[in-house]
Design a protein around this ligand. Sequence first.
Ligand SMILES: Cc1ncc(COP(=O)(O)O)c(C=O)c1O
Length: 352
Amino acid sequence: MRNFESDNTSGASPEILDAVARVNAGSAASYGADEVTAGLAARFADVFEHDVTVFPVATGTAANALSLASLCPPYGVIYCHREAHVSVHECGAPEFYTGGAKLGLLDGAAGKITPEALAEALAAVWRGSEHMTQPAALSLTQASEFGAVYTVDELAALCDFAHAQGLRVHMDGARFANALAHLGCAPADITWRAGIDVLSFGATKNGAMAAEAVVFFDPELADGFLYRRKRGGHLISKMRFLSVQLEAYLEDGLWLRNAARANALAARLAAGLAALPGVTLDAPVEANMIFAWLPAALVEALVADGFRFHVMGADGARQRVRLVVSFNTEEAAVDAFLAALGRHAGGAQAAG
Ligand SMILES: Cc1ncc(COP(=O)(O)O)c(C=O)c1O
């Protein structure tokens, strides 16, 4: 398998498939009234060292859009990075689920927002004027869309500033485990302790079949979520199949093992690439994604070798590529990619 296209091209962890098969036996209460779903709040509370309200949903887009709808009125603004998934790749779901809220797009290196960028955007708002949408929320992606990770201090500074400005803070954690594995801190450190109000907790990319969780650290913010979820078509009738994926994902540290493995393989790939003349990494490789500029001839040779990855753009004779490593990417695929780099670039060091 020479596929580095996406962490969605990989399968699911055997432990998660086993867990799904386990709850297939017999019958169970529907629409989330089952025992596995009931147990999720305690499991997540354990992981996050905080009381939480947890809602399983089937997609990351639903997790984000429903979370944001809980934080932002129809006349509000949600600030996010210009390249954020919520802005670019959710087909307007946040705007739709909020009933028309506006996204305020911010720039920042490697897909990360800074308090300065947020401050600049807020300075342009007429607070309290009916002529302008009103600041309501900030959405941060951890790890970012470019594979960079916010540090604990960066998150705390952003949340402090946002809260002082009256905003609530959402985290798109589609790759939360990869960020956590990189930082090596407690889940609490990059969520509620830093000031995150609601988290879209991703599991699908890192080992589940289809399961994400919306995690509220302030139960009051979850008011009405049940209705929003049902209205949005995400109240799954056989909820136990979703919930058990989340349960198995958190069991015995599976989620962190999977993420650490993907990150380590991504770091090997990145080191091999960075050692090549004519190659530039486009963002720090801190999670399981690599963005890099490569000579077009090298891209062509790698594709001819059967490697699959996304080409995101071109600039003269160079192409910008995205490589994603999954929790179950084979070591041999990474070895083969590094060996191919060495061959094509004629540099033995690239395979090291
Ligand atoms: C940063 C980010 N957020 C959320 C998602 C979730 O998307 P989906 O609705 O495809 O599960 C993705 C998936 O690509 C993502 O990369």
